[in-house]
Design a binder for this molecule. Structure first.
Ligand code: IPM
Ligand code: MG
Length: 352
């Protein structure tokens, strides 16, 4: 039996996690496993009910589970200057569960190729990138503050050797399982912390002789991603560079509603979530695309539960549903059939 903490969150979060749970229910039957769900409060929903974005109870339940499935958090409702922010739940749970590596695949679905804003010739060689983003350090968690009565403000980028080495090794391990290419993205021409990343990265690469490595400045990487995305296999980078580049990479695929992510630390306990946001404008309207969350559940099975076959099965189910022409509004194309969140979830579940 595996215990899954479901952190539905805000906006469309409840709509999409519900469908991922439906698909997991289908997996239970087919693969003879049992999942137990613990529903926990986080984000704006938690601010409304408990006055804080990440209640201690939520953290305790998550730590006691085998994995966390997260919908999305945030919305204009909680955009109150000086007030608690739903995003603090995300940052807090990442830190509490020590998930130092964030895995963000950006892959073109052949069925949705035309949705990419890039020219067809640029996509000809395919796009299948995995961004491994450092998630519990750097400028997101460094020393910050306001000085001189608000006349200046600062944030600090600081990384220890340990923090750099463990996430770089994760990058190498994924490169070994994929196309054997790993690119470190940094700003070593300017930042001292980036120079430490390069030193550690270069120092451990001989442990992975099958992986071809490169280093790229982040500004160049931002350009190369749209110029020739097929040159990348795995990218490893710091928290903030990874935040920015993963949004860029997802847009290349043209279907942000399709992309999953997973965050892992040293143990098997991970956090799995779609990379898109909470889309409050369509919340509760049966319009959201649940596929990114369903695919995140697949990543959970693969990486946290070692159920690769069941993960493949979910991904194949999503593939057939797309092949058959079913589409939610965000990925709708001419000649396809429009369905809502629930029907999309049912379709995938029924193909498991
Ligand atoms: C993400 C988001 C978060 C981040 C925000 C909402 C705090 O942009 O998961 O990429 O910056 O990490
Ligand atoms: Mg982001």
């Amino acid at each position: 039996m595996k215990k899954i903490a479901v952190m539905a969150g805000d906006g469309i979060g409840p709509d999409i996690t519900e469908q991922a749970v439906h698909v997991l229910n289908a997996v239970e039957e087919k693969f003879h496993v049992r999942f137990q769900y613990e529903y926990v409060l986080a984000g704006g929903a938690a601010i409304d009910q408990c006055g804080e974005p990440l209640p201690a109870e939520t953290v305790a339940v998550c730590k006691n589970c085998d994995s966390v499935l997260l919908g999305a958090v945030g919305g204009p409702k909680w955009d109150i200057p000086g007030g608690p922010r739903p995003e603090q739940a995300l940052l807090g749970i990442r830190k509490e569960l020590k998930v130092f590596s964030n895995l963000r695949p950006a892959k073109i679905f052949p069925q949705l190729k035309s949705a990419s804003p890039l020219k067809e010739e640029i996509l000809a060689d395919g796009v299948d990138i995995l961004i491994v983003r450092e998630l519990t350090g750097g400028i997101y968690f460094g020393k910050n503050g306001i000085r001189a009565n608000g006349l200046s403000a600062f944030d600090t980028e600081e990384y220890s050797i340990t923090e750099i080495e463990r996430v770089c090794r994760r990058g190498f391990e994924f490169a070994e399982k994929r196309n054997h290419k790993l690119c470190l993205v940094d700003k070593a021409n300017v930042l001292e912390s980036s120079r430490l990343w390069r030193k550690i990265f270069t120092g451990i690469k001989s442990d992975y002789p099958e992986v071809e490595t490169s280093c790229m400045y982040v500004d160049n990487a931002a350009m190369q991603l749209v110029k020739c995305p097929s040159q990348f296999d795995v990218i490893v980078t710091s928290n903030m560079f990874g935040d920015i580049l993963s949004d860029e990479a997802s847009m290349i695929t043209g279907s942000i509603g399709m992309l999953p992510s997973g965050s892992l630390g040293a143990s098997n306990l991970g956090i799995y979530e779609p990379i898109h946001g909470s889309a409050p404008d369509i919340a509760g309207k049966d319009m959201a695309n649940p596929l990114a969350t369903i695919l995140s559940a697949a990543m959970m099975l693969r990486y946290s539960f070692d159920m690769g076959e069941a993960a493949d099965c979910i991904e194949a189910a999503v593939d057939s549903v797309l092949d058959e022409g079913w589409r939610t509004a965000d990925i709708m194309q001419e000649g396809c059939r429009l369905v809502g969140t629930r029907q999309m979830g049912q379709l995938v579940a029924s193909r498991i």
